[in-house]
Design a protein around this ligand. Structure first.
Ligand SMILES: Cc1cc2nc3c(=O)[nH]c(=O)nc-3n(C[C@H](O)[C@H](O)[C@H](O)COP(=O)(O)OP(=O)(O)OC[C@H]3O[C@@H](n4cnc5c(N)ncnc54)[C@H](O)[C@@H]3O)c2cc1C
Length: 254
């Protein structure tokens, strides 16, 4: 439960709160997860006045401020169309208007579509202070903050990303999701989700050979109350093959 609420006007004021030491301060994004928290005596520091609600494009990278809402990101033209669809699947319009990208990534689990796609795209979290970068894979495997709060999320736009999911209804949380990102150099990164506490990195390699085997291996322990591991392995391989076929035929038509 939220016991104390602070809304600093500058990063320095916020830093003073986080470094005070006598209480446990946590960053507040949109509050959609925190306001439901059953943890005792939360002291929240609202980040909304720190100017982190902007998206900048520098070269091929989008620098997404941590308090940019999911809806703002969806409406940002330079991001790939596939990602817009993934954001729609991640939350309803009301929630997209409230939830921030920073809060979303911190509270995401294995069934969070945008987190799965960002895992494939190898997003980088930039922490405050010191602008400490942390790869999204590192964040999801350790969940250890590199600073007081996430300032921004860096996303490479110079890649092709695709996403496939199976779920009870089209907008429901995935039972299995596969996202594939391909760099102009040939690098390929595949992430899976639809189960577990975090998106799973299936493969990060210089080319796509062995990708089907990698999917099968990565999903060998994915069984739960929603689906067996065998089902996820079979569907995961179909999704990857479908995505690679699609990108091969679009390469040919260029
Ligand atoms: C009704 C409902 C339905 C939902 N359905 C789905 C769903 O279908 N799929 C799905 O994936 N998710 C779903 N969610 C979860 C939702 O995506 C999260 O509640 C939301 O993304 C959290 O974002 P927020 O900005 O509101 O975070 P907050 O509630 O503000 O914070 C969440 C966590 O992130 C931390 N945090 C926030 N900002 C930062 C920052 N900048 N740096 C470091 N830490 C930070 C907070 O301290 C807290 O631990 C649902 C939530 C609700 C309420």
């Amino acid at each position: 439960m939220i016991r104390e609420y602070y809304r600093p006007k500058t990063a320095l004021e916020a830093e003073l709160l986080f470094s005070a030491g006598d209480k446990k301060f946590v960053p507040l994004g949109g509050g959609s997860a925190l306001s439901r928290s059953k943890q005792e005596d939360l002291c929240v520091v609202d980040l909304r006045d720190l100017g982190l609600n902007r998206i900048e494009v520098i070269g091929h990278k989008a620098i997404i401020g941590a308090t940019v809402t999911l809806q703002q990101l969806l409406e940002f033209d330079p991001i790939p169309l596939v990602l817009k669809d993934v954001i729609r699947k991640s939350a309803t319009l009301n929630l997209r208007n409230q939830a921030t990208v920073g809060g979303y990534l911190v509270s995401a689990d294995g069934r969070s579509p945008l987190a799965i796609a960002m895992m494939a795209m190898d997003a980088v979290l930039i922490w405050h202070p010191n602008q400490q970068p942390q790869s999204i894979g590192d964040w999801f495997s350790l969940r250890q903050p590199r600073g007081f709060w996430i300032n921004a999320i860096q996303l490479n736009l110079n890649l092709d990303v695709d996403y496939e999911q199976v779920s009870r209804t089209p907008m429901d949380q995935p039972i299995l999701a596969i996202s594939v990102a391909r760099w102009p150099s040939g690098r390929i990164r595949v992430a899976a989700g639809g189960f577990g506490n975090a998106p799973l990195l299936v493969l990060d390699g210089p080319e796509d050979s062995g990708v089907l085997e990698a999917v099968k291996n990565a999903l060998s322990d994915s069984g739960d109350e929603w689906a067996s591991a065998e089902y996820r392995q079979a569907v995961g391989q179909v999704f990857v093959r479908r995505i690679l076929d699609k990108s091969a035929s679009s390469d040919q038509s260029k």
